[in-house]
Design a protein around this ligand. Structure first.
Ligand SMILES: [Zn+2]
Length: 342
């Protein structure tokens, strides 16, 4: 184990559909699984909604599956339990995105449990979700397990970005990156879940969420997609308004919607690209608010638009560091205004 050589990985979800996209990650994992060299500690990094937990569950199911062929077969008793999240040898922990919410006590309990032999499978699999929310103390406690894991233990960790973890922890993990998939493929997946929505709306949502299907689906279902679209024009206006107050007001709805930030930044990036195109009138508009793009194209120079695009990229990266959300929004306002020469 984890799997003996010669076995193949089956990326089909319990509902019968395939895990779409992220072919590089799948190939990387399949090669390890098929050669019987899946590491003791695996890190699946990627944006929320990119399928990290689903992939972790599929790998865990493969690890306990009793089939002699493709794993997880989806039919044996072990697969049935694993895919219904009731297998006694698969434990899931964490899953809260709030900073420092994954405490040392949970890791200590995990360490004790890890030394207990499996109940029925050849291995015990621990899925630790959103490990960026671990305190430093918790990460250090985990380190001891990573350094000398019992031979029957497999750890699958998930986080947004490996840079969020302590270097000592990171260096002991085999990291695989997941990302959004091409917008048209993401829109096709969304269509299966929301057949009544228009193709145009699904493609726009997929584009706004950079092809991260889980987030796009959630925002379409709970209505936050529409709220994000409504937030973009005042945000664009706030960047060039005479007073900073307008931008502060525009970003106020984000105070209680931290999870919307990636889509807002991406939506702003699309508007800025369109604004650049507007200045040369050389390309069709791709953003959700062509009027905002035209406003920025008139109000700002090419250099300022390019500086804003860079700033949005920097803000995207800053978001991944466990920065306080209120502080992040203040930073967002001041950096955007400054890049626009305000
Ligand atoms: Zn099976």
């Amino acid at each position: 184990m984890i799997l003996n050589g010669g076995l193949r990985v089956n990326w089909t979800l319990p509902n019968g559909t395939a895990f779409v996209g992220n072919d590089a990650a799948k190939a990387q994992l399949a090669a390890r699984v098929e050669s019987g060299s899946l590491p003791h500690a695996l890190l699946l990094e990627g944006p929320v909604g990119s399928g990290r937990r689903t992939m972790a569950r599929l790998i865990a199911a493969a690890a306990v599956c009793r089939s002699a062929g493709e794993k997880p077969c989806g039919h044996c008793a072990a697969c049935h339990k694993a895919l219904n999240v009731i297998h006694p040898d698969i434990t899931e922990l964490g899953g809260a995105e709030e900073a420092r919410s994954f405490h040392i006590d949970a890791v200590r309990a995990l360490r004790e449990e890890a030394y207990v032999l499996p109940n029925e499978a050849p291995v015990r699999v621990f899925i630790l979700c959103d490990v960026q929310s671990m305190t430093d103390q918790a990460q250090n406690a985990l380190l001891k397990l990573l350094e000398e894991p019992p031979s029957h233990v497999r750890l699958i960790l998930t986080c947004e970005n490996r840079s969020q973890l302590l270097e000592t922890v990171r260096s002991r993990l085999f990291a695989v990156s997941l990302s959004g998939i091409p917008a048209n493929e993401a829109a096709a997946v969304l269509k299966r879940h929301l057949p009544d929505r228009s193709d145009e709306e699904l493609l726009r949502a997929a584009t706004l969420w950079s092809g991260v299907v889980g987030q796009a689906l959630r925002s379409l279902q709970d209505g936050s997609y529409r709220e994000i679209l409504d937030l973009l024009p005042p945000l664009a206006q706030g960047i060039v308004a005479p007073s900073e107050l307008e931008l502060l007001k525009a970003t106020a709805p984000l105070e209680k919607a931290k999870e919307a930030v990636p889509a807002v930044l991406n939506g702003l990036q699309l508007i800025l690209r369109d604004a650049l195109f507007c200045r040369y009138s050389c390309s069709p508009l791709i953003s959700t608010s062509p009027e905002s793009a035209q406003l920025l194209a008139k109000a700002l120079t090419r250099q300022q638009l390019l500086a804003l695009l860079d700033t949005v990229g920097d803000l995207y990266a800053a978001r991944l560091r466990n920065i306080n959300h209120t502080l992040f929004l203040t930073l967002l306002c001041s950096r955007l205004r400054s890049a626009a020469g305000k």
